[in-house]
Ligand binder design. Structure first.
Ligand code: SF4
Ligand code: SF4
Length: 146
């Protein structure tokens, strides 16, 4: 009993060790809080510093991608699908309509394993340190990388 009491007293005078994120005193509504931030009446506390090898949200450069589909095949979470975009024919009448293969990555499915990065022959996928990915809509714009 006594050791526990000692610990309770010690903890009651210590500062919290948790990160005060995203604000020191969060108002009742996030919308209200963000409105205050916009008016300069409240400030966002910067996120914690992330390590250099942090595996965060993927980055995808579709200009480097050749549509080979290897990333899709190795992804254990089935977070990548192939997308085929039509390419309009050139002015030359003999040029037929073509299709361009690229990929779409669903952030909500990704487990940040990095296998797609390792397999990509074109270096089209990389990982950012962005880890603030929570959302209520898994198909929101921020959750789909293409
Ligand atoms: S990091 Fe892993 S889970 Fe995420 S898309 Fe790439 S292979 Fe799939
Ligand atoms: S492995 Fe790389 S080049 Fe191939 S489809 Fe995926 S992102 Fe594109």
């Amino acid at each position: 009993m006594f050791p526990m009491l000692k610990e309770i007293l010690a903890q009651s005078v210590k500062k919290p060790v948790t990160n005060l994120f995203p604000a020191a005193r969060l108002p009742k509504t996030i919308t209200g809080f963000l409105g205050q931030v916009g008016e300069g009446k409240a400030a966002l506390i910067p996120p914690v510093e992330t390590p250099s090898a942090m595996r965060g949200k993927l980055l995808y450069d579709r200009n480097l991608c050749n549509g080979c589909g290897l990333c899709m095949k190795v992804c254990p979470a089935h977070a990548i699908e192939q997308v085929v975009y039509p390419v309009p024919p050139a002015k030359d009448a003999e040029d037929k309509p073509r299709a361009q293969k690229r990929v779409r990555i669903y952030v909500g499915n990704c487990i940040f394993c990095g296998q797609c990065i390792d397999i990509c022959p074109k270096g089209a996928i990389s990982q950012s340190p962005d880890f603030l990915l929570a959302t209520e809509d898994r198909f929101a714009e921020s959750q789909i990388i293409e």
